[in-house]
Design a protein around this ligand. Structure first.
Ligand code: SF4
Length: 458
């Protein structure tokens, strides 16, 4: 997963991109980059780590130009490479090309091989570089024509912000897997993965870029095209369940309220009348936890407190504290939990190992019973469209029954929200969503073989 941002026609575009990336930090903590453009020269600022680590006051002060494109990258296993920091920037005789991409393409290997056979040389393993090569290939069709032709070659999930010389472009794949919204500030257009980035810079939300739409923004002028064959939409339902920020509106609807509805629906399906309290696993389980508490009438408590100031640690945990990795992030409140029958609300279970460690901690501090409600169905299949789930083999629900999963985690009982319950909690019709990680029904054709690296991109 990644967060993307673009702005044109504002004298503070670089600084506002920096703020926008702050708001999108949850979408990627591995690296951050901003390209600013003053209509003559593009300048690249980038680095590994959080936005606050990468850009210092001096850098932010030095931003020049009325255009900027920014990106935060999610840390995926084994691909923590400085050369893969985005946005991707190249200088071409026709001008600068800058690309920030969110999502995973599923035909990367085929495109890559075909381009190498034609003589292209790649510097990175990023999808964005492939998009840049395709744009250059079609530049004789004009800037707009080249983008339309380039994007038509892509399969899979992409929300992109592209800067092509002085033109800012935003696009979503025809299925609309990943979000992208359009806003305006002081007459200047902004593109961002989530509306929370618009809120932070006081930009007004205008609308979402629609699935299959490309918007071309030339300072204050905007043109929209939908050049591709219309597809049945496949919005990523996981954006609502876990990934997006609760204060964002995704696919035109609020995430916080949706998560609360998931929790309410779960309370209908999971009756635990004699429990003492409901507690979330902070922070992502909090909103479903509130919904569950309101519906079940069980009191809501924070049984685990999150430490918001955890950076990287360089000590060997085992030498000091047995369950250091769990406790450094979440510490139990003993006096709330001792002797109590508790229901934990989780947004999802992937491998089950983190939940297992946390449940063990609750038992150690004296919780009498530990039950768990999960605000989505079991995740049984990997995502090929940009969410960094592990392989099928590592997904606990793909190889264990619900009872076996509960036993592995160390629970008195475990219940997932049903597929029907999840879909009925959504603010949009069920057929608008991709649910492949729960159902194995992928909305696109998948290539026969994925290399490991394809799951490392995005
Ligand atoms: S497979 Fe799951 S995580 Fe991936 S796009 Fe579909 S719903 Fe989202």
């Amino acid at each position: 997963m990644c967060g993307i941002f673009g702005m044109t026609g504002h004298k503070d575009a670089g600084r506002l991109a920096y703020l926008g990336l702050y708001a999108l930090q949850h979408r990627g903590e591995e690296s951050a980059g901003i390209v600013t453009y003053n209509r003559k020269k593009a300048i690249y600022y980038k680095g590994m780590g959080l936005v606050s680590d990468v850009f210092d006051a001096k850098t932010v002060k030095s931003f020049r130009g009325d255009m900027a494109v920014g990106h935060v990258r999610y840390s995926t296993t084994g691909s923590s490479l400085a050369k893969n920091i985005q946005p991707f920037l190249v200088k071409h005789k026709r001008g600068y090309i800058v690309i920030a991409h969110n999502g995973n393409l599923i035909n990367t290997i085929a495109l890559h091989d075909e381009m190498e056979d034609r003589g292209s040389i790649f510097q990175t393993t990023m999808d964005s570089e492939i998009i840049a090569h395709l744009i250059v290939r079609y530049l004789n069709r004009g800037f707009k024509g080249s983008v339309i032709s380039a994007l038509s070659q892509l399969r899979g999930a992409y929300s992109v912000v592209i800067m092509l010389d002085g033109l800012l472009i935003g696009a979503r794949d025809p299925y609309g897997f990943r979000p992208l919204c359009l806003g305006k500030l002081d007459g200047a257009y902004v593109l961002a993965s989530e509306t929370c980035a618009l809120d932070l810079i006081h930009a007004k939300y205008i609308r979402d870029v629609e699935p299959g739409e490309i918007v071309f923004i030339d300072r204050g002028d905007i043109k929209s095209v939908k050049p591709y064959v219309k597809q049945k939409s496949a919005l990523c339902i996981f954006e609502y369940i876990y990934f997006s920020r609760p204060d964002s509106n995704i696919f035109c609807n609020n995430v916080y309220l949706t998560r609360k509805r998931l929790g309410r629906r779960l309370a209908h399906e999971y009756k635990l009348d004699d429990c003492d309290l409901v507690m979330p696993m902070p922070d992502s389980g909090s909103y479903a936890g509130i919904g569950f508490s309101q519906e079940s009438k069980l009191p809501f408590e924070f049984g685990m407190i999150r430490n918001h100031y955890v950076g990287r640690t360089f000590i060997q945990p085992s030498q000091f504290v047995r369950d250091f990795r769990v406790r450094v992030k979440l510490n139990p409140v003993k006096d709330v939990l001792r002797g109590k029958k508790v229901v934990i609300i989780e947004d999802s279970i992937v491998r089950g190992t983190t939940s297992r460690a946390r449940v063990k901690t609750l038992r150690e501090v004296g919780a009498k019973e530990v039950h768990m409600g999960v605000s989505c169905p079991p995740i049984v299949s990997p995502c090929y469209y940009g969410i960094d789930f592990p392989t099928k083999r590592e997904l606990i629900a793909s190889k264990r029954t619900v009872k076996q999963t509960g036993d592995f985690i160390g629970l008195d009982s475990l219940q997932y929200l049903s597929l029907d319950g999840m879909l009925k909690s959504m603010p949009l019709a069920a057929d608008k969503f991709c649910t492949a990680c729960f159902t194995c029904k992928y909305p696109t054709k998948l290539p026969k073989k994925f290399s490991k690296s394809i799951l490392e991109r995005g």
